[in-house]
Design a protein around this ligand. Structure first.
Ligand SMILES: O=C(O)COP(=O)(O)O
Ligand SMILES: [Mg+2]
Length: 255
């Protein structure tokens, strides 16, 4: 862990090359690139029906997203007065949820407005793009495929890709390492993403229209945006794009 942290930190600090070629833009998935709550809510409702319980509201399920599927199941169990410490029961519910979710992971989900154009623009600039999500890697890849977003991402790190998940910085370090750039920016929608970026010493851009629980002002961020149409210019500014030239960006050296 200490080695990984040092390595990623030095990647960021040793950004001696200019411009986008050596910078990765790493994205969170749920609530950032895609509005996935309708499919998650549907699978959760099917699981609850099977357990003889009434479905929870979309808003409630949305507030449970961001820490991964096991945490989602724990929060649902608390909500329906079941004991989440009952690991056998937790595992049955989680498997039931995953069965329903994998059967239809991207039927109702959609990319947020202007996501595709933003990914196109950033790729055209030469940035390397990756996904770092707490969603299981397999289903994250399936969803990216189904929504025709997979070609933009050389690297996908999921909540089950490593023994730890966000806000531990290790998944973000793994994404940076696998992309192979010397600097990175993390784009996400939640408190978990902000904490992850902070733990990793990576600049964080907050998408304000995702699934955050608190106010934008309460979430530590380097920059924020509410429409993906704004993102390419925001990234260019942070990375030192001035008057048509890429200069050495000091913003990438600190959080
Ligand atoms: O909670 C999840 O399963 C995933 O959420 P994330 O894509 O925002 O990390
Ligand atoms: Mg998210």
């Amino acid at each position: 862990m200490e080695n990984a942290k040092w390595r990623a930190y030095s990647h960021t600090c040793e950004n001696t090359q200019k411009g986008p070629r050596m910078t990765a833009i790493i994205f969170d998935l749920d609530g950032t690139l895609i509005d996935s709550v309708p499919d998650i809510h549907k699978a959760a409702s099917e699981m609850l029906t099977q357990a003889g319980q009434a479905p929870l509201s979309v808003a409630k399920i949305r507030s449970f997203i961001g820490n991964g599927v096991p945490a989602l199941i724990t929060k649902i169990m608390c909500e329906i007065d079941e004991n989440p410490q009952d690991s056998a029961r937790h595992s049955i519910l989680e498997q039931c949820f995953m069965r329903h979710y994998t059967a239809a992971p991207a039927v109702l989900s959609t990319p947020f407005d202007n996501v595709r154009a933003a990914l196109e623009a950033l790729s055209a600039d030469g940035f390397k793009l990756a996904v770092c999500t707490n969603k299981p890697e397999g289903i994250a890849r399936q969803i990216l495929q189904d929504l025709n977003l997979a070609p933009y991402f050389a690297v996908v790190v999921g909540g089950d890709s490593l023994p730890v998940r966000k806000p531990d910085p290790a998944p973000l370090y793994a994404a940076i390492e696998r992309v192979g750039t010397s600097a990175a920016i993390y784009v996400g929608d939640s408190e978990v993403d902000s904490e992850t970026a902070l733990n990793a010493d990576v600049p964080f851009i907050l998408f304000s229209k995702g699934y955050r629980r608190g106010l934008v002002s309460e979430i530590q961020h380097h920059a924020t945006f509410s429409d993906f149409a704004e993102l390419p210019d925001l990234v260019r500014t942070i990375c030192g794009h001035v008057s048509g030239n890429w200069i050495d960006s000091t913003a990438l050296h600190r959080f």
